[in-house]
Design a protein around this ligand. Structure first.
Ligand code: G3H
Ligand code: ZN
Length: 277
């Protein structure tokens, strides 16, 4: 079923479990992620980014399809708006029935980030929607990797208290869109953040993080772990292979189906790595 972000993320934080948050671009992502979560018997977060919305030209078609898939799932599923910078998109997602939102004003100066995030948080809370925000910008979204960015614990605490957000994305050594799993996480910083920040922590750009470090990050205090590029790598790898082996193939189901199945298997495996069960 479709459930609230609070239900899944707060329970995991309390129990020291991780929660896998994986990105949906095509419908095949949504069905693959749910199938993988069902295989693992774990809850899952399906997230649609503002960039994916730009790709489709609208939130509604892929958003409604993802919500429908979530409603029929055998495990708890949160449908989350990822990296929204457009305030109107937050309103649209909440209106459609998304149960969680990330408002990303991390590019703004601290005071402006606080002001914008506070307003969005109040709006989402009026509608019972869970809110994630970011402090200390995790790089790489624009192709410029910034693994050196770090969130200061005192600033993270002040930000969480000032805005009332429910979860906080922090910069601890990862960077978005890495295709090799070679990121070096700052585990001491994760521990420090966990000790001072009163809300669950979110790791972005987790495709660049190796299995053992993902587990260690959860053990050190990360709760929501966002993985997108790595699963696209799995998906596209299968498509490439099937097309190369079958140059006459035209039915899209013949290469998207195997790719979807491979993503489901990898999601089930990752949920184990993240201690999500
Ligand atoms: O918000 C989404 C993520 O942070 C995914 O990043 O594509 O590097 O795994 P990634
Ligand atoms: Zn991200």
């Amino acid at each position: 079923p479709l459930v609230s972000g609070a239900e899944v993320v707060l329970a995991a934080a309390k129990a020291g479990r991780g929660v896998g948050a994986f990105n949906v671009i095509q419908l095949e992502h949504a069905t693959a992620l749910i199938a993988g979560a069902e295989q693992a018997g774990a809850p899952v977060i399906l997230q649609i980014s503002e960039n994916a919305v730009k790709y489709h030209g609208a939130l509604k078609p892929i958003g409604v399809a993802t919500l429908a898939a979530a409603a029929d799932a055998k495990v708890p599923v949160v449908v989350h708006l990822d990296h929204a910078m457009d305030r109107d998109l937050v309103t649209e997602a909440v209106t459609l029935g998304f149960t969680s939102v990330m408002y990303d004003a991390s590019k703004l100066e601290y005071a402006d980030n606080v002001a914008a995030t506070t307003e969005v948080t109040a709006f989402c809370h009026e509608h019972g929607v869970f809110v994630e925000a970011e402090i200390g910008e995790v790089g790489g979204k624009d192709g410029v990797h910034a693994p050196g960015a770090r969130t200061r614990p005192a600033e993270a605490l002040a930000f969480a208290e000032a805005t009332g957000v429910d979860a906080l994305a922090v910069a601890v050594g990862s960077s978005h869109a890495m295709t090799e799993r070679t990121a070096t996480l700052d585990f001491d910083l994760i521990t420090q953040l966990k000790d001072v920040v009163p809300v669950p922590l979110v790791l972005h750009g987790s495709s660049g993080v190796a299995d053992a470090d993902l587990t260690r990050a959860v053990e050190a205090g990360m709760t929501k772990v966002n993985i997108a590029t790595h699963l696209n790598n799995v998906f596209t790898g299968v498509v490439r292979e099937v097309l190369a082996d079958n140059p006459k193939l035209v039915d899209t189901r013949k290469y998207l189906g195997p790719a979807r199945d491979a993503v489901a298997t990898e999601v089930a495996r990752l949920l184990g790595v993240l201690r999500a069960v």
